[in-house]
Design a binder for this molecule. Structure first.
Ligand SMILES: Nc1ncnc2c1ncn2[C@@H]1O[C@H](COP(=O)(O)OP(=O)(O)OP(=O)(O)O)[C@@H](O)[C@H]1O
Ligand SMILES: [Mg+2]
Length: 231
């Protein structure tokens, strides 16, 4: 079943009265539930912009976007915000953890916005951190964790509201080779358990983990390759 369908999706940014930047120029894309997809392409080709539209972080200029069968193209910012917190999870290159805030509290954050009781927050955050191998680091602050460990906290945070999709924008961009492999193993395990994974990367070795690689250029899909996922 298709989780994500876009029809002729466009995104334009407007800065000032005269200037218009036409970033996405007609994206037609279908992503099945449970797929693992890597998005590649030159800097400025629109990868992050596409991920932001698909992840409800930004509004569509033109075209249609169906998520889980629902047309979300005309959702307002408020409507987008309300589905964003529960339907999708985000992982970023820079981790985006709150400083001076423990691992477990960082992971509790999306549940606070979702109105989950505090006992349930602690239970689910602990379980999510254990699932990424950080059961013994619950009370560590971000600056007491390695880059790979910080990224694992951000994966746990992305998962606690049990989203259908994990979006990751260059999740290994700040990590050494070994940490990158560990992070990709976690993503692949989550994907085997049924999470849809959509990630941006500049690294062919990282893209290799996914069963599908989409190449963007100048705001259009230039190539869409499918292969058996790496064992
Ligand atoms: N909020 C914004 N307002 C105006 N222009 C933007 C905005 N976000 C992105 N852009 C522009 O849109 C174009 C595509 O940006 P985007 O971030 O999607 O590229 P990218 O493919 O992710 O690049 P990179 O590999 O460098 O991360 C760029 O020219 C960028 O300057
Ligand atoms: Mg980008």
């Amino acid at each position: 079943m298709a989780l994500i369908v876009t029809e002729n999706l466009h995104k334009k940014y407007f800065s000032g009265l005269e200037t218009e930047l036409h970033v996405l120029r007609g994206i037609n894309l279908t992503i099945e539930a449970g797929q693992s997809v890597a998005i590649m392409g030159p800097s400025g080709s629109g990868k992050s912009t596409l991920m932001h539209l698909l992840g409800f972080l930004d509004t569509v200029t033109e075209g249609r976007y169906f998520f889980d069968g629902e047309d979300v193209s005309h959702f307002t910012e408020d409507e987008l915000a309300s589905i964003r917190n529960t339907r999708v999870g985000f992982v970023f290159q820079q981790f985006h953890l709150l400083p001076r805030t423990s691992a477990i509290e960082n992971v509790q954050l999306p549940m606070i916005y979702a109105g989950v009781s505090s006992a349930e927050q602690v239970r689910r955050a602990t379980e999510a951190l254990e699932a990424v191998g950080l059961g013994d680091r619950l009370d560590h602050l971000p600056n007491e964790l390695s880059g790979g460990q910080q990224q694992r906290v951000s994966i746990a945070r992305a998962l606690v509201n049990n989203p259908k999709v994990l979006f990751a924008d260059e999740p290994t961009g700040n990590l050494d080779t070994q940490s990158s492999e560990e992070i990709m193993e976690i993503f692949m395990q989550l994907n085997r358990e049924g999470k849809t994974l959509i990630m941006v990367t500049h690294e062919p070795d990282i893209a290799q983990y996914c069963e599908r690689v989409i190449h963007l250029r100048d705001g259009v899909i230039e190539r869409d390759q499918r292969r058996a996922p790496r064992a």
